[in-house]
Design a protein around this ligand. Structure first.
Ligand code: FAD
Ligand code: EPU
Length: 356
């Protein structure tokens, strides 16, 4: 246990904050020991994975527990497991991208489109991470948690986690009630490419052509996958697109998308479309999901810099700390963007990372 630890290196926005107490749990045993010891203790507890979805706006008055527990196990037959699937369980502190890469190496598929998302396995269910047409909820079988209310380990089924777009039980009523200890995924051992996301199929075909590998994307998936891209090609293409669009937090401090893509009623979308014919939106179960990046971009914010903070020049959804920024400066910029988007388009942008 350390005291007065500077959390700047532990969050990808590189915001300064002090943790009164700080401890790193490097194994499942350590994690369970620390959390059991904390049971009933006074003061707030901050659970920290990779710190890639956090805005630290103040010091942590209690304990910051950094989760580094590692370990991956596999079951080839288990209750409720479909044929040609494996059940893979990873400890919460496994780095997400390395986990995806490991699964690919083992021939356990499904997570390729989620490559290069920063952070840990344990945080993946919190906001149901998603990218390139896949959400992690599609593969989660269950989430093992330490229930701080009951002081016991529990297993929550996929349905109990109440996953939604960038949302789950863990982001709502149960925020901070559960420490995610491990996550179990049911992954197919036969690969089916998921290429419906705008531009991904074309990017895979282009990358494959450049590499001299013949691939005709869009052929019938049922036809023995002949001619379709391999999981490795999809993984590599997703990595390449992300490297092009999104800033590497080790070079430019950021927390990925700062806002969620807002879902609006179809009628409102149709009205907006009359005024802004190029507006980008996709049908969603509850209406139309707008591309917030398009709105912010159109409003002229892309590349704008206010002192030490700014809007990324390649992706308007990403806010940057160019060095030495405070959370207040960042949140001021975010507030100005929200107000502008609301007055121009009548659309409310919700902040995606957790503000602490
Ligand atoms: P942290 O930031 O450490 O924590 C996030 C929240 O979860 C906090 O409230 C924390 O207390 C809590 N928490 C962490 N671990 C646990 C645990 N084991 N048990 C209980 N609570 C816990 N997200 C996407 O969905 N899609 C993307 O494409 C994407 N791209 C990104 C690109 C960049 C460059 C960056 C910087 C971020 C991106 N993100 C994306 C956001 C982020 O990577 C994810 O939300 C990720 O899952 C956060 O993991 P973490 O370990 O860093 O969580
Ligand atoms: N767009 C613009 N200008 C911009 C950014 C985007 O016009 O500056 C337009 C694009 O041209 C495209 C549309 O908006 O037509 C969507 O853009 P993109 O494919 O880049 O995705 P996004 O909606 O901006 C979401 C996620 C990302 C995820 C990508 C890929 C949210 C809030 N963000 O971004 O997640 O990686 O899709 O699936 O849903 C994150 O959560 O941190 C994150 C990076």
């Amino acid at each position: 246990m350390q005291r007065q630890v500077d959390l700047t290196p532990f969050n990808t926005l590189r915001l300064p904050a002090l943790a009164r107490h700080f401890v790193q749990a490097d194994s499942r045993q350590q994690l369970l020991a620390v959390i059991a010891q904390q049971q009933g203790a006074e003061g707030p507890l901050l659970l920290l994975g990779g710190g890639s979805n956090l805005v630290l706006s103040r010091d942590v008055e209690g304990l910051c527990l950094r989760i580094n527990s590692r370990g991956i196990s596999v079951e080839r037959s288990a209750e409720g497991l479909a044929t040609q699937c494996v059940r893979v369980t990873a400890e919460a502190g496994e780095p997400w991208h390395q986990f995806v890469s490991h699964c690919l190496d083992q021939g356990w598929y499904g997570l390729e489109n989620l490559a290069l998302i920063p952070g840990t396995v344990g945080a993946a269910p919190i906001q149901n991470i998603g990218a390139y047409g896949v959400e992690v909820k599609q593969y989660i079988y269950q989430v093992e948690v330490w229930d701080r209310e009951q002081g016991a380990l529990r297993r929550l089924s996929n349905a109990q986690c109440q996953f939604g777009y960038r949302d789950s039980l863990f982001k709502r009523v149960a925020q901070d009630r559960y420490l995610i200890v491990s996550v179990s995924f049911d992954l197919p051992t036969l690969f089916t490419p998921q290429l419906a996301y705008g531009g991904l199929a074309a990017a895979v075909a282009e990358a494959s052509a450049e590499a001299g590998v013949g691939v005709s994307v869009g052929m019938d998936v049922e036809s023995g996958l002949k001619g379709l891209p391999s999981a490795r090609q999809v993984f590599d293409t997703v990595v390449a697109i992300r490297q092009q669009k999104l800033p590497d937090p080790s070079q430019l401090a950021n927390a990925g998308s700062f806002f969620k893509n807002p879902v609006i009623p179809v009628m409102q979308f149709e009205q907006l479309q009359k005024i802004f014919p190029a507006i980008v939106g996709y049908p969603d179960t509850d209406g139309i999901k707008l591309a917030a990046g398009w709105l912010i971009d159109q409003a002229g914010w892309k590349g704008v810099r206010h002192g030490a903070v700014g809007v990324h020049a390649q992706q308007a959804l990403v806010l940057i700390n160019y060095g030495g920024a405070t959370a207040a400066e960042l949140l001021r910029l975010a507030g100005a963007i929200q107000a502008d988007i609301q007055s121009r388009f009548g659309v409310v942008l919700e902040v995606e990372p957790r503000i602490l």
